[in-house]
Design a protein around this ligand. Sequence first.
Ligand SMILES: Cc1ncc(COP(=O)(O)O)c(C=O)c1O
Length: 405
Amino acid sequence: MSASVETASLLADRIIALEESSTLAMTKKARELAAQGHKVISLSVGEPDFKTPKHICEAAKQAIDEGYHGYSPVAGYADLRKAIADKFKRENNIDWKPENIVVSTGAKHSLANVIQVLVNPGDEVVILAPYWVSYSEMVKLAEGKSVVLDGAFENNFKVTAEQLEAAITDRTKIVMYASPNNPTGSVYSEAELRAIADVIARHENVFVLADEIYEHINFTPNGHFSIGSIPEIKDRVITVNGVAKGFAMTGWRIGYIGAAKWIADGVEKLQGQVTSGTNSIAQRATIAALNGPTEPTREMAQAYERRRDLVVKLLKEIPGFKVNVPEGAFYAFPDISYYYGKSDGETTINNSDDFALWLLNKAYVATVAGSGFGAPYGLRISTAASDESLTEAVQRIKEAVATLK
Ligand SMILES: Cc1ncc(COP(=O)(O)O)c(C=O)c1O
């Protein structure tokens, strides 16, 4: 049977209902235009533009030579789980034993696993928006119900404890968020997370899924704070992290959780039937990443901060754009809604999807519409690119929007 409208309808309902990842979709379109010979500047993908530090690559080569060629334990090698438990203690003040750790195929996999393991059909998952595109789709796959809470631009896109309290019902199972945040770069401070933890402490059946994948790319003076370090709710916090962003290891596909043992056991059980232990060589490399020198990570974070400054300055010069100052990660997220309803004479822009597509076709700059992040007024621009590319891209955006009337 060839692919067609009819065969597509044979897919399972859960796949038909699933949205395609908007970040990956834009990256695909940008590649197509580039293949046609257009000079596309791609700022759509959430990926460091650095290479994996050398000592980590060396550890992987050594692992191949030493014969790490077979299946690994489902939850990860014992010495990797120990390295992760040590990291949680050292950097996050969270006391987990190796038995509380499960290693998976990227933080994306870790998040999806936890949702599958905890969410029953009809359970509510409160998502602090703007949120990473996959959260709501992972909840959908588990037949849960997303309850999206909007972080206001004026509050640097952060949801308050009062908003959270008002949203919790008898069906609430999980509250999930990322800090530093994708797409906004916002960072929840210790005080804000303590206020959120107070709310969680009052609702004893509610869990927190804390996505800390951008932990090391944090420009705030006080640095990162982990909600899982608060003793009153520790057993109900699942902390997700990985090596993709902080160590420039997106393709190695290693993520992990620290969680109460019964949750970790549930994830191990699921993984044992679906994927087994993740890539053995990448696991060995991750031990080198976590136990090795911190300078490469720090240097990359400094480069992201410098680029953040550059991009924020340039974006603020574009009439109609409302620009926040990201405190971490490697994205800018201007509010572009001033241009909705405007036209360049050929195309009318009605929403963020129109804007991102129009910008790609008109100026060959690939970005991602805010709609997929639960923030239809915004546009995500990755700052993980060279100064020259970023300067040229923002100049192109400026010239393109000048044609909108
Ligand atoms: C907020 C957030 N969480 C998780 C991930 C997934 O990370 P990984 O590459 O380890 O699966 C991403 C990647 O873009 C992300 O932005």
